[in-house]
Design a protein around this ligand. Structure first.
Ligand code: 6PG
Length: 243
């Protein structure tokens, strides 16, 4: 049974996301001396990023390895950059260790950007299966059920032999991206799937019913089947199809 929490107000959702992250990352740092955090792109996480930027005194930011689950092939300074948005909302305001930031190179074409990113991921601490241990992962959800830059029907969803892959034809602009694969998500230990707005209600309901045509459903299953925990954090509108 999927673990899901539903919130009436956007600020309550953002607070729950931020508090969960601080708990999970803090526990991972206490256990291993470091923790790897995968940020989500899109607009939904922004309020939680901003809350975290206000301070998380219990968290040793300098011990966090930070990466982003997917990135558009644009320069970090571009308004479309997921990393750029997360840096402006959070990373530029907390004492992270620059050497532990896996900044994607969005100036490269998708396949080369993905290959370079994969080489960075390969240097992260690994779990018992040899995959990078992703202690805490944030995933957003599109209205078509995509997550990361894994869109319904695109071949990137089916890639199983790599941690990252280039996307050339994203239906959500911009078209060129790099993304983690479902294979990479098998290294996730704790994953938040975060969604807000009535436009997501149908795919959230479908995903929670296990509709594998939806990449977000495949992502949740990849995490759980590998032994990771998935928590769906939703506002009431996004949960509107759950009955
Ligand atoms: C991207 C994101 C994407 C996003 C969803 C939800 O690069 O576009 O990674 O997967 O998380 O599209 O976006 P919103 O949060 O803006 O609805």
């Amino acid at each position: 049974m999927a673990d899901k929490r539903i919130f009436a107000k956007p600020e309550e959702l953002a607070r729950a996301v931020a508090d969960h992250a601080v708990r999970e990352l803090g526990t991972a740092v206490d256990r291993a001396g470091e923790a790897t955090w995968v940020l989500a792109g899109g607009s939904t996480p922004a309020a939680a990023y901003r809350l975290l930027a206000q301070g998380a005194p219990s968290l040793d930011w300098s011990r966090l390895n930070v990466l982003v689950g997917d990135e558009r092939c644009v320069p970090v300074g571009d308004a479309d950059s997921n990393w750029g948005q997360a840096a402006a909302a959070l990373l530029d305001h907390v004492p992270v260790d620059p050497d532990r930031l896996l900044v994607p190179d969005g100036t490269l074409p998708p396949d080369e950007a993905a290959a370079r990113y994969e080489a960075r991921l390969a240097l992260l601490p690994k779990d018992g299966t040899g995959l990078p241990r992703l202690d805490h992962v944030w995933l957003g959800v599109g209205e078509d059920g995509h997550t990361l830059s894994l869109f319904p029907g695109l071949e990137a969803v089916e890639v199983t032999d790599r941690l990252t892959v280039g996307v050339h034809d994203s239906p959500k602009p911009p078209p060129e991206r790099l993304t983690l694969t479902l294979n990479a998500l098998e290294g996730a230990k704790d994953c938040l799937i975060i969604a807000a707005g009535a436009g997501k209600a149908e795919v959230i309901a479908g995903a929670l019913q296990g509709d594998d045509k939806l990449p977000v459903a495949r992502a949740a299953r990849a995490v759980e089947e590998a032994g990771g925990r998935v928590t769906w954090l939703l506002d009431e509108a996004a949960a509107g199809g759950l009955g």
